[in-house]
Unconditional design. Structure first.
Length: 455
């Protein structure tokens, strides 16, 4: 179910989030994560993006939305209610048989290729149960760990030390790395099929008491491409990146397709999602997905925590986070005026967070307060108006902050250093000293209203 990013044949994404219920569950982040995932349809396991899986629930070869929805609903129930693996299988098997998704069948994919494939089976349902419940748990755990990095900045790899654990996984047991060490980008568990490893957080005092020292993972990490699979229909060889940790005493390489952190993959997911979204022919469906994504409380909370951390530490850099997705009408307007389609992905770098929160803005009396900066995704999702700046060729999202009218400046498209994809980047945000200046620029023609209105 986890695999390389490339060539999805068909896809569907929905959101179904019940925060009131999720808040009563432990770990609540796990259930929230799973419910916020969309549904992504893939033909082969290697056609289903590694990154997409961290938010898009996937079962390879489940090419019908009703089958995918049925499986997702049962996995969600298993996570929320602590359903056992056997109960999961017993409940789901008859429903999938009724839908015709069971046993070996000859299936024709969207390219017209016929193949005998294994659909539902008790073994496969057990694998679906194990993979998705463990990934959801570890994503929830990741959110908890990231929320306490100020007091517990060290993370320890914990393996289940029994006969079922692979020696390479057991060899990592007890190793400690800082939470921001590159090791966790590729080796945050689970690290393979049926991996039961986990992570626990340690304070400096606890490290000293246990006599532990943190390892610098970047010294021992190497990444290479390996052959993951061969597409039977086309003969295409599918290559994937795998990252190996080797410090002289131990060597550990996650299973092919598992060299990523499902908890931290969100930005890459959004890039993949937006590329697939523009392929959908229905503008109404695209807009529905955009609105649901933009109004996701989990996404808004993730940005808040990231921005608050940057404002507190004053360390920004080129780390990127998504604020939201551009609406259909605004995207069309930008393309019409520039001759180039926007990326539709509204993003912000840590460096630009510090720019918005700069002393210059405070000294001139135009700074957003810290809470408004942290809730930029919410403000962008509900602007009073969106304007086109004819002089600077960028977008202005006009919003009502807690201290008055403000504008969020978006360059579209715009490149960020070390980011391969073009992005629509928030480069600045500040309050108006006098809203009459804004109205004057609209009257003069410097600014054009694309949607909404200015009172």
């Amino acid at each position: 179910m986890r695999c390389l990013r490339q060539k999805q044949r068909a896809w569907w994404t929905t959101l179904s989030v019940n925060l009131g219920y999720a808040a009563t569950l432990e770990p609540k982040e796990a259930i929230a994560y799973f419910r916020a995932k969309g549904q992504h349809i893939g033909w082969n396991w290697y056609d289903t993006a590694v990154d997409v899986h961290a938010r898009s629930f996937t079962v390879a070869k489940a090419a019908r939305v009703d089958v995918l929805t049925t499986i997702q609903g049962e996995v969600e129930r298993a996570i929320a209610q602590g359903v056992s693996q056997q109960e999961f299988i017993d409940t789901l098997a008859p429903r999938l048989k009724k839908l015709g998704w069971w046993g070996k069948q000859v299936i024709v994919d969207s390219a017209g290729n016929a193949e005998t494939v294994q659909l539902g089976s008790p073994r496969r349902l057990a694998l679906i149960y194990n993979v998705n419940t463990r990934v959801a748990y570890n994503v929830g755990r990741y959110a908890q760990l990231m929320n306490s990095t100020d007091t517990h900045p060290f993370w320890q790899y914990v393996a289940v030390m029994d006969s079922r654990t692979r020696p390479s996984h057991a060899a990592l047991n007890g190793l400690v790395f800082r939470y921001d060490d590159p090791f966790w980008k590729t080796h945050y568990p689970p690290n393979g099929w049926n991996c039961r490893c986990r992570v626990r957080a340690l304070s400096q005092a606890r490290m000293d008491a246990l006599g532990l020292k943190a390892t610098q993972g970047d010294k021992y990490l190497t990444t290479k491409k390996v052959q993951a699979a061969v597409n039977k229909a086309t003969g295409e060889i599918i290559d994937m990146d795998v990252t190996t940790f080797a410090d002289g005493a131990r060597v550990m390489t996650p299973d092919v397709g598992w060299s990523y952190n499902p908890g931290s993959a969100a930005f890459g997911l959004d890039q993949t999602l937006i590329r697939k979204l523009v392929e959908v022919k229905s503008p109404q469906l695209r807009e529905m997905v955009v609105q649901e994504m933009n109004n996701s409380p989990e996404r808004q909370l993730a940005f808040r925590r990231w921005a608050e951390k940057i404002m507190e530490t004053r360390r920004g850099g080129n780390d990127i986070r998504t604020l939201g997705f551009m609406s259909e009408s605004v995207a069309d307007a930008v393309a019409e005026r520039t001759g180039e389609p926007p990326a539709r992905l509204l993003a912000m770098s840590g460096r630009n967070v510090l720019h918005v929160d700069s002393s210059k803005h405070y000294d001139t009396g135009v700074a957003l307060n810290a809470d408004d900066l942290a809730r930029l995704p919410l403000l962008l999702a509900h602007p009073d108006a969106v304007l086109w700046d004819k002089v600077h060729k960028n977008l202005l999202y006009i919003v009502t902050s807690k201290d008055g009218l403000a504008k969020i400046v978006v360059n579209a498209p715009y490149g960020i250093k070390r980011q391969r994809d073009q992005l629509d980047v928030v480069i600045n945000a500040y309050r108006f000293r006098d809203a009459e200046d804004l109205k004057a620029d609209i009257r003069s023609g410097k600014l054009e209203i694309l949607e909404g209105h200015i009172n």
